[in-house]
Design a protein around this ligand. Structure first.
Ligand code: PGA
Length: 261
């Protein structure tokens, strides 16, 4: 049985003060949520928050003593050097964060990150011991042009170049986030989300092996809210959700975590 993975992505929201405020409420709610704590202790449900680089330290400290995993939203592939404004993997691990998002659609589309660069980031993340959450997803134009599966296949193959099946299954997570569903209020239907997540699992089987495909954690992201979590998470190939807007408030994120149990 694969574990569930429920993650929030704060994007460019919540500096250190707002992060502390979030955790004050969130940890209080966690203490009351016996079923969530039990699932986390058994390892059947993982809870993660991907936060801005400047809020990582506050989040790591605030999450101590709770099962909440803290991750960065992006990283550079070099360990150090003349890359003004960038954050490296070793800097992220030094703070105590354990996970990193790679290739979120906003990184791909707004910041023009290429599959080749994302592949370098995946390798760098794994090399320094971070779990890399590689995001893939098609635009509306690509979907309407019937190219969704080809886009996903290319992002999967190029993002994972040089990665072996064991590494993919144990040190990585794949998040399917259709660009047209992010921040738009348009969630993919449960069936549409399952169709692509099932396709990703088949890609993992064809490119690696059945074990890798069986173990791989695949998330859906794009306008996930408390009221659509149950339908999405009950799909056979969807193991969790990556939540943007609805993870910014402790109560709505907690409701999603509970609905995913
Ligand atoms: P959303 O964002 O839930 O606000 O649509 C999801 C994401 O971009 O990870």
């Amino acid at each position: 049985m694969r574990r569930k993975f429920i993650a929030g992505n704060w994007k460019m929201n919540h500096g250190p003060a707002a992060t502390s405020e979030f955790f004050n409420k969130f940890t209080a709610e966690l203490k009351e949520a016996g079923d969530v704590l039990e699932a986390a202790a058994k390892g059947t449900e993982e809870i993660a928050l991907f936060v801005p680089a400047v809020s990582l330290l506050t989040a790591v400290n605030a999450a101590k003593g709770t099962p909440v995993i803290i991750g960065a939203e992006n990283m550079h592939w070099e360990k150090s050097g003349a890359f003004t404004g960038e954050t490296s993997g070793p800097m992220i691990t030094e703070i105590g964060a354990t996970h990193v998002l790679i290739g979120h659609s906003e990184r791909r589309h707004i910041f023009r990150e290429t599959d080749e660069e994302l592949n370098k980031k995946v390798h760098a993340a794994i090399e320094c011991g971070l779990v890399a959450v590689l995001c893939v997803g098609e635009t509306l134009e690509e979907r309407e042009g019937g190219k969704a599966f080809n886009v996903i296949k290319k992002q999967f193959a190029e993002g994972l170049k040089g990665i072996d099946g064991d590494t993919l299954a144990r040190k990585m997570i794949i998040a399917y986030e259709p660009v047209w569903a992010i921040g738009t209020g348009k969630t993919a239907s449960d069936a549409d989300a399952e169709e692509v997540c099932g396709f990703i699992r088949r890609l993992a089987k064809e490119s690696f092996c059945e074990n890798t495909a069986d173990e791989l954690i695949i998330l859906y992201g794009g306008s996930v809210k408390a009221d659509n979590t149950r339908g999405i998470i009950s799909q056979p190939d969807i193991d969790g959700v990556l939540v943007g807007g609805a993870s910014l408030k402790a109560d709505s994120f907690m409701q999603i975590i509970k609905n995913a149990l």
